[in-house]
Design a protein around this ligand. Structure first.
Ligand SMILES: Nc1nc2c(ncn2[C@@H]2O[C@H](COP(=O)(O)OP(=O)(O)OP(=O)(O)O)[C@@H](O)[C@H]2O)c(=O)[nH]1
Ligand SMILES: [Mg+2]
Length: 287
């Protein structure tokens, strides 16, 4: 079903530009991903659906699926992640201090979280349709030492942040907090937590900081491939409980991702285009 519906949206010529498919991951695009079996496609597009079967009937599913765009909307969103001469996606600048970063007009989204939680990997996954954009990933915690800005045409900017937990709190106090507090065009912060280990003390501190700053932020649960469904569900429900009872600026729905397997990447692309106002969704969606 997905393949058929998608083919209607991906008529020849609808792709914004040509890319070198040799260097593009086989699951980077919906066109390729939807060639898999319907069950696998469902899990790739809406990772929460994989967990639903394990949830007790009494648990309200609504909060986990508030943002649930159609496949058509995801296809539209994906087009913004292809680079073209009129819509160039590129690395722009790195900075250790906010006053070293020029003011930029397009809306900005940034990714924060503990060192090693998977921020750079997630951004690499989002930009996987433009593999020439160099997003550095490493096994060594504390790899990203500066704020790295990536421009997506004139539509929006994505900012990869250094992690906390390593060299922190210095990096955070010097760089990230001032950025979160004062950056005018920042429309959404994505706070990443490792789904395979659950909320850590440092995550709760970051969450508290986001609450104090009072700007809209979203929880992203990373590395969901690294543990079993039981552990993931326990960690997710624990997180959901904290979001429900301790936050006012956090979007109620956590986004589940695996940058390794591309689970949830397409949904997150769609959410980013939605919150930056780059795309008007067919279905009304909360943000
Ligand atoms: N299994 C699995 N590993 C992942 C995933 N995402 C990231 N990793 C691994 O986690 C490690 C850290 O990834 P990074 O993306 O560099 O983490 P980061 O949050 O940017 O780290 P800092 O720059 O140090 O703050 C790397 O070895 C990645 O391959 C995932 O979804 N699944
Ligand atoms: Mg990094």
């Amino acid at each position: 079903m997905f393949g058929l519906r998608l083919s209607l949206w991906l008529q020849p010529g609808t792709q914004l530009c040509s890319v070198s498919w040799q260097s593009v991951h086989k699951l980077a695009s919906l066109q390729k991903a939807t060639l898999l079996s319907p069950k696998k496609v469902q899990g790739l597009l809406y990772p929460f659906s994989e967990l639903e079967a394990y949830l007790d009937r009494s648990v309200d599913r609504t909060q986990f699926q508030l943002f649930h765009p159609s496949l058509e909307d995801m296809v539209k969103a994906e087009k913004l992640f292809y680079s073209s001469p009129s819509h160039k996606i590129d690395y722009y600048i790195s900075a250790e201090r906010l006053d070293h970063v020029p003011a930029l007009k397009p809306p900005e989204v940034c990714f924060i979280g503990r060192s090693n939680v998977g921020k750079s990997s997630l951004i690499k996954g989002l930009f996987s349709l433009t593999p020439e954009v160099d997003v550095r990933v490493s096994k060594t915690p504390g790899h990203t030492k500066k704020m790295n800005f990536f421009r997506v045409g004139k539509a929006f900017t994505v900012v990869d942040m250094p992690g906390y937990g390593h060299r922190a709190p210095k990096d955070f106090v010097d760089m990230v907090e001032p950025y979160l507090n004062t950056r005018k065009n920042l429309v959404r912060t994505f706070l990443l937590v490792d789904g395979s280990v659950g909320l850590q003390k440092a995550d709760l501190i970051a969450l508290e900081m986001c609450e104090e700053i009072r700007r809209p932020y979203v929880m992203v649960v990373t590395k969901i491939d690294k543990c079993g469904s039981g552990t993931l569900l326990t960690n997710l429900l624990d997180l959901q409980d904290v979001v429900k009872t301790h936050t006012t600026s956090c979007f109620p729905q956590p986004f589940l991702v695996s940058s390794l397997h591309f689970w949830g990447i397409y949904l997150l692309r769609c959410f980013i285009t939605h919150v930056t106002g780059s795309l008007r969704l067919t279905d009304t969606a909360p943000s």
